[in-house]
Structures are given as C-alpha cells and as structure tokens.
Design a protein around this ligand. Structure first.
Ligand code: ACO
Length: 331
C-alpha cells in the first residue's frame, strides 16, 4: 500500500513567554533575540501540565483532520527527548488517553530529526501492510531541560506537540523518500547530560553544521527523487533559527514565500518543530491537497534527515504532472 499523510494536528501549552518576559530575567533584549534568531515568543508548560496531555491533543486533532477514530490507530510512534518520566515513554500514556486501545506504542529519540524518523518508520509499516494507520508525533517540553540562567540558550527553546496520521493513499506520490545521516564525533557540540539534564550548545558551530548538513541532505534527496527546488510547493526546515531557515532555503533556491517561518511563534521545539510547521501551514492555506512538501531537520547527535511527501490526497499533484517526476521512495 502506498503510504501518505492523511491528517495533521498540533497543540501548544497555553502559557506564552514573550521576549519581553525574558528581558526581565536575563541580560538580553527583544532586539537581539529577534535579530539573531527570529524568535518573538514561545510556549512553556507550567504547573502540573504534562507533555502526554499536549501530545494527546495533537493526536486527537490529527485524527479529526483525517476523519479517523482512535480505534483506527495501529501504532503510536512518538519522537521526543523530553518525556514526562525517564521511563515509561510517552506513547503508552498518549495511546491510552486517546483511546487507541489496540495500538503498538513506542518512543524514539533522534533529537530534532525524530519526527522524520517516525514518518519513515510509519511509511514502512503501511507500505509493507503491517499496519494501516500510524500516528507519528513530535512532542517536546524543552523548557524542562533549558538552563534558564544561560542567555545564550534560554531564549531559544519552546514546548509543543505535533502529530501526523500516516495511512494508505490511492493517488499521488505519498511519502516519497528520506535521506538520513549522523556524525557522532561532533556530539559534544550539543548535548544534555543525564546527571545535569540541561541543553549545552556551541551555538556558532552548531549553526554552521546545521546549514551545511540540512542543505546537503535536501540536495541528495531531491536529486535521488528526480526533483529540484522548483518541484517543491512547500518547504519545512527544522525551526531552530530563522537565519538557518533562510540560509538553507537560499542554498536550495526555494523562494521564501514557500518556506515555513514558524519559529517566530514557537521557538525551537526540536522533534515537534516540523509537524508544528506543517499544521500551521495547513491552517494558513499554504498546504493544499496534493502539494509536494520537503522537510529537513538537524540536531543533537549530530543526527539529521530530509524527507519528501505529497500532502494528503494526491489527485492535484497528478493533474500538474509532478507525480511522474518522483522516481522512488526507497532510501
Ligand atoms: N542576548 C544578548 N546577547 C546574547 C545572547 C542573548 N540572548 N546570547 C548570546 N549573546 C551574545 C554573546 O554573549 C556574544 O557576545 P560577545 O560578542 O560579547 O561575546 C554575542 O551575543 C554573539 O554570540 P553568538 O553565540 O556568536 O551569537 P550568534 O549570532 O551565533 O547566535 C545562536 C547564537 C542563536 C545560538 C546561533 O548560533 C544558533 O542559532 N545556533 C544554532 C542553533 C541550532 O541550530 N540548533 C539546532 C539544534 S538544537 C535543537 O534543536 C534542540
């Protein structure tokens, strides 16, 4: 069966933390944060709010968007580096809260690239016939592992959850392919220790590698699929920094009007970043059915990945003749 994205949903905690809120706590300014990162505000969980509840809301929205029920879900795959507890993972709690009674449940950790790994796994399950509907979730509470006294990272991170329902489609290219990579030697540039779980980042070096790897991975994938930037209707790079998004889009020649700039309102939400960007784009009318979407992410590990998928019903893409251009979905 050909796998595609059938529905998308997202959820952000009610508490909004603006740059102005941080200026009182840190030696920083709204002007610096906006100029260097593009971020204006972020959402943080507070009190006894849980990431499981947030992820469940995103999943429920994705099911509604797809016109499916919790009982239709065969697997829940959650990409996160910040589950509510060290163990168990988020997926069992989310499936139970959702009412997905017969689902397989698993968390995975590929940092900011986690959602793309989840999509790849889900596509393989659907394509092989081992599952029919798989919820792929990116959910993070990065405010829990942020050093709120370190101005170089405290302004960068937010909490949020996004979910996509993957299932069989009858027309269009569907989930077309992925390109993944890693460089473990550079892990010391971005990490959080178990003993003191706070994100530490060599910002400038991470920036440089992020731009290079996201560009390369996207180029390789587009070439393998027989596509170029003109084929891409919408581009969702991991939302870490607006300058990184612009640098990658420019290197690939994707016009800015076809690029997600969700970081302004969410900050960096790691694995949640891409599904949050997809959900926002659909809400804003920038993702019509059949659109060809490119996604790319880079984060701790370093681990990175790029993916291409058509959006929902592929009929529109066939009409424009783009489906024929995509060669294969295998990696
Ligand atoms: N407010 C004011 N000044 C600041 C702040 C702040 N919040 N933070 C740093 N500065 C200062 C620094 O101290 C430095 O001052 P100095 O020149 O007197 O030494 C100056 O600003 C410049 O600092 P840089 O670190 O060089 O700033 P840069 O422009 O590189 O921006 C940033 C830093 C935003 C972290 C950028 O490097 C970046 O985005 N890096 C990549 C992040 C990324 O891609 N992460 C992806 C994976 S992480 C994940 O997703 C979980």
């Amino acid at each position: 069966m050909k796998p595609g994205i059938l529905g998308i949903g997202d959820a952000l905690p009610p508490r909004v933390v603006t740059n102005a809120d941080l200026v009182g706590e840190l030696d920083t300014s709204d002007e610096w944060i906006v100029r260097r990162t593009g971020i204006r505000e972020r959402h943080w969980l507070q009190g006894d709010e849980t990431l499981a509840d947030l992820a469940t809301s995103a999943c429920a929205a994705a099911l509604r968007d797809a016109g499916k029920e919790p009982g239709d879900v065969d697997h829940v795959i959650i990409a996160t580096i910040t589950p509510d507890q060290l163990t168990p993972g988020l997926a069992p709690a989310v499936a139970a809260k959702l009412g997905a009674e017969h689902a397989g449940v698993v968390d995975l950790n590929a940092a900011c690239a986690g959602f793309l790994y989840g999509l790849d796994h889900a596509a393989a399950l659907v394509e092989s016939g081992r599952a029919r509907h798989v919820l792929v979730v990116g959910a993070e509470a990065l405010s829990r592992i942020t050093d709120h006294e370190d101005r170089s990272t405290a302004v960068l991170f937010g909490d949020g959850a996004g979910a996509a329902l993957v299932g069989p489609i009858s027309e269009g290219v569907g989930i077309a392919g992925f390109e993944f990579g890693y460089d473990a030697e550079l892990a010391p540039l971005l990490y959080a220790e178990r003993e003191r779980p706070l994100l530490r980042m060599a910002g400038q070096e991470v920036y440089r590698h992020a731009v290079a790897r996201m560009t390369e991975a996207s180029e390789r994938l587009l070439e393998r699929l027989g596509l170029d930037a003109t084929s891409i209707d919408y581009f969702v790079p991991h939302q870490a920094n607006a300058r990184i998004v612009i640098a990658v889009a420019d290197a690939l020649d994707v016009p800015h009007e076809r690029v997600s700039f969700n970081v302004e309102l969410t900050a960096n939400t790691s694995a949640a970043s891409i599904p949050l960007g997809l959900a926002a784009a659909q809400r804003d009318g920038r993702l019509p059915a059949g659109a060809l979407v490119a996604m790319v992410a880079f984060g701790a590990g370093f681990v990175w990945g790029a993916g291409v998928s058509s959006w929902k019903d592929g009929a529109a893409i066939d009409k424009r003749g783009k489906a024929q251009k995509v060669k294969t979905r295998s990696t």
